[in-house]
Design a protein around this ligand. Structure first.
Ligand code: 4AD
Ligand code: MG
Length: 433
């Protein structure tokens, strides 16, 4: 049905032809007998030039009535125009006004504060910059799927409503499940661990929820995570897969999102320079480095937001921080046989000050050790019995990781805050629109 429909993204193939653009007026300029309408159709942007002498007074009148954000159909000849950012423009012949906006559009040229923009997120997403970020998001989602499929992983959709926590009990969203307590999933990982004995290598890609009381530029309460889990895989191989995934996502981004990256004015050099293998620091080395850089982090403490920023302002490549103290990490991580106070884990930190984008580890595969860790963490064996079962029936060395997609996008787009990377962000202070 849409095969004959013209979209601006295909402008190049229609040079010299008459095209019809269905879209919205996002900007407008006039100089006496010429009106320039800036039109977008969802796939791209174009200038539509309306010359009074050429179109006659009726069409010209319509062009003057087309206010900002009015929906419109313009018909005209597509021409090359090297002076325009798109390289093309339309010489208009005909205009249909679909819906003329009578009120002043709330988002104008002046600088609005973030709160105003977020309250008008339903309109803000129309801006060129937000369009570009959301297009990049869409492409990254596709690239994640492509990567896992290409690497012979099977997609395995884990539940959102769960009877137990995955990542500690402090950030759980609780709900009343027919008189029983249930929680929104913090990560699909535990269920992916069940899947490996059926499917070997699996991944999920879903919204997850954390009642984060933190007010940082890195935290949302609803965000998207892609987890993967691999049977017969140790920490070392887990790290390799992460490097491959990140390199693949960056390659796809640079290849398919050139226009979008240009719109948001991303400096591409730091991204083009990213190269695996990424540097690594053990937790102990990391603490030393942090102290050198001026942090007052104490032995045994988890890295705070500020620590991540200081550390990653210092690095031009993503950095793995490995072997954290078991106290600051989740119960399921495997203890380091060489140093039982540490776990076989690696967090991947993004450069340019961005900090953690991936959390991952080798998992505890020994029934007794895991049972003890669960008891120590006061996890009910009733709720987690099924998870312990996995160590009873064909337990294997296995590992996996979870990438926070908003954090990744914030980095590659070099955004101030993760809230611009998701269509309708949810944070401690906001769940509307
Ligand atoms: O490090 P986390 O908590 O790891 C897990 O959930 C593991 N179960 C993953 C696994 O091993 N399969 O979360 C993974 C990633 C973080 O590195 C971060 O990028 C992102 O999820 N993340 C958040 N993103 C936005 N807002 C928040 N509140 C986030 N919390 C974590
Ligand atoms: Mg983490």
């Amino acid at each position: 049905m849409t095969e004959n429909r013209f979209f601006l993204k295909d402008a190049k193939e229609h040079l010299g032809k008459t095209v019809e653009v269905k879209g919205w007026v996002y900007n407008k300029r006039s100089s006496g007998a010429i009106i320039f309408l800036q039109v977008r159709d969802g796939t791209g942007f174009i200038q539509a030039t309306v010359v009074k002498n050429e179109v006659g007074s009726e069409v010209f009148q319509k062009a003057s009535e087309a206010t900002l954000e009015s929906s419109i159909i313009v018909e005209g000849i597509l021409r090359e125009e090297p002076r325009s950012p798109e390289g093309f423009e339309i010489t208009v012949k005909k205009i249909t006004l679909v819906d003329v906006v009578k009120d002043e559009y709330p988002i104008g040229k002046k600088d609005h504060g973030p709160d105003f923009l977020l309250s008008n997120r339903h309109l803000w997403i129309r801006s060129k910059r937000q369009w570009a970020i959301l297009r990049i998001r869409s492409r990254i989602f596709q690239a994640v799927e492509d990567f896992y499929q290409k690497e012979k992983f099977t997609r395995f959709d884990t539940p959102i409503i769960t009877p137990n926590a995955c990542e500690g009990t402090t950030t759980l969203f609780e709900l009343d499940y027919f008189g029983q307590k249930a929680y929104l999933s913090q990560s699909g990982q535990l269920y992916l661990e069940a899947a490996i004995a059926s499917l070997g290598r699996v991944y999920d890609f879903e919204p997850v929820f954390r009642a984060e009381k933190s007010k940082t530029k890195r935290h949302l309460t609803e965000f998207w995570m892609t987890n993967c889990e691999m049977a017969f895989c140790d920490l070392e191989e887990n790290i390799k897969v992460q490097e491959e995934l990140i390199m693949y996502l960056i390659k796809e981004l640079l290849e398919f999102c050139q226009q979008e990256l240009k719109i948001i004015e991303r400096d591409l050099a730091p991204l083009k320079n990213i190269k695996a293998p990424f540097p690594r620091l053990s937790y102990d080395q990391c603490l030393k480095k942090l102290h050198e850089l001026g942090s007052d982090i104490k032995e045994g403490e988890d890295l705070g937001n500020d620590d991540e920023t200081i550390l990653m302002n210092h690095y031009k490549q993503p950095l793995f921080v490995t072997h954290y103290p078991s106290e600051v990490k989740a119960f399921y991580m495997k203890k380091d046989p060489k140093n039982p106070g540490r776990v076989l884990c690696a967090d991947l930190m993004a450069p340019e000050g961005y900090g953690e984008i991936i959390g991952g580890s080798q998992r505890e595969d020994n029934f007794e050790v895991l049972k003890k860790a669960m008891e120590k963490n006061k996890l009910s064996l009733k709720d987690y019995g099924w998870y312990l079962d996995l160590r009873k029936y064909g337990s294997v060395t296995h590992s996996g990781f979870g990438l926070g997609i908003e954090r990744f996008i914030a980095w590659v787009c070099k955004l101030e805050h993760v809230r611009e990377t998701i269509p309708f962000p949810r944070t401690i202070y906001r769940m509307s629109p």
